[in-house]
Write a protein that binds this ligand. Structure first.
Ligand SMILES: Nc1ncnc2c1ncn2[C@@H]1O[C@H](COP(=O)(O)OP(=O)(O)O)[C@@H](O)[C@H]1O
Ligand SMILES: [Mg+2]
Length: 349
């Protein structure tokens, strides 16, 4: 759990910030001397600077970083705002007026998973099985950790339908369309339709399409609030999707083994490889994985043969993993293990 850094010498302000922190479940790290706080300045995810120390901080000219807010118990003069901008402050909170906003921020830091991992899944060619596999991966990850599944493909089949979440109440992308401020990890996690440790963000009505700001906020809040976030990415070129791919910790391309499938996957890889290293999951049983690895020049994780009864299980709302030994469960486990996110064989569920 991360500790917010508080910089102030003002006892009344400190008292107030302690109360807000306690209510938010955060344990702050308090410094009265900006110089002594420089190490924490670099590593804390949230820094609250009392207006009383703004001048001293400015004189030290610490490295600019995101997540720094100026806090005050009084109305701030314009001059303070200008100085705040000078040290790269993200925002200003006048208390108690902004108490609930600041509490949200503090609660978020308490939630912060510094090791939150994101895995983007994309099809090498249409219908390869990327959306289905993304669902399986998220369901499997949620057997051990807090996981989220984000549908980045408004015109895909709907990951809530594939994973059996479509009847559940909760937040959909449309609810984020109006977002203009920072989305809290806790709010996102608690609002998503949920089964056990998995939350799913999908579309009620895809016509609004991807709103870049909402996508950025949702991805970042999801990664902060979950151990593993799986993203179902469309294969069509789109600057928002390319940005999401670039931010993913890992990318998985699901590849069909026929000539057309390999050729389309090659083109897709050319496009997405600048976004970061990718791995391939082969859709189909009897394939020469070494040859595919050689042709595509990308590591192959495993082959995923056809799973019998998959469409029936999805129609029944049971999701893609009907048993722990099913093809998709195995493929998901091997993939998590490939990224070091699942214990070695033997201990695996
Ligand atoms: N491992 C699998 N075994 C059998 N059918 C599969 C498998 N993976 C996907 N499918 C089926 O293939 C079709 C396309 O899958 P989908 O996940 O929507 O592909 P994509 O997202 O790559 O376009 C669906 O009908 C799905 O049920
Ligand atoms: Mg898809």
């Amino acid at each position: 759990m991360d500790k917010p850094l508080i910089l102030t010498r003002d006892p009344q302000l400190l008292d107030h910030l302690h109360q807000l922190s306690a209510a938010a479940g955060a344990t702050p790290n308090v410094h009265t001397d900006p110089r002594g706080a420089l190490a924490a300045w670099a590593t804390s995810h949230l820094v609250l600077v009392g207006v009383d120390l703004l001048g001293e901080l400015q004189a030290l000219a610490p490295n600019r970083r995101p997540g720094v807010y100026l806090v005050s118990m009084e109305h701030l003069p314009d001059r303070a705002f200008r100085e705040a901008v000078g040290v790269g402050i993200d925002g200003v909170a006048e208390l108690p007026r902004s108490d609930s906003w600041l509490m949200e921020l503090l609660a978020d830091v308490g939630e912060f998973r510094s090791k939150g991992v994101s895995i983007g899944v994309v099809a090498g060619s249409g219908g390869a099985g990327a959306s289905t596999f993304a669902c399986a991966l998220a369901v499997q990850a949620a057997t051990r950790t807090d996981a989220a599944l984000l549908d980045i493909d408004p015109y895909g089949p709907g990951i809530d339908m594939i994973s059996g979440f479509d009847q559940l109440d909760g937040l959909r992308w449309e609810g984020l369309g109006q977002t203009t401020g920072r989305l809290s990890a806790r709010v996102l996690r608690e609002s998503l339709p949920r089964k056990g440790r998995l939350g799913v963000l999908s579309w009620a009505d895809p016509r609004r399409g991807l709103v870049p700001f909402a996508v950025r906020e949702a991805m970042s809040a999801s990664v902060r609030g979950h151990d593993i976030t799986v993203l179902d990415l469309p294969r069509t070129p789109d600057p928002v999707v390319d940005e999401v791919a670039a931010r993913c910790t890992h990318l998985v391309v699901v590849v069909r083994t026929d000539v057309a499938g390999i050729s389309a996957a090659g083109r897709l890889l050319e496009r997405i490889l600048p976004a970061g290293p990718a791995s391939v999951l082969v859709r189909g049983g009897a394939a020469d994985l070494t040859a595919i690895e050689r042709v595509l020049d990308v590591p192959v994780i495993a082959a995923m043969p056809d799973q019998r009864g998959l469409n029936e299980a999805i129609d029944l709302g049971l999701g893609p993993i009907h048993s722990r030994r099913s093809v998709l469960a195995r493929a998901a486990k091997v993939t998590l293990r490939h990224f070091g996110l699942e214990p070695a064989r033997g201990r695996a569920a």
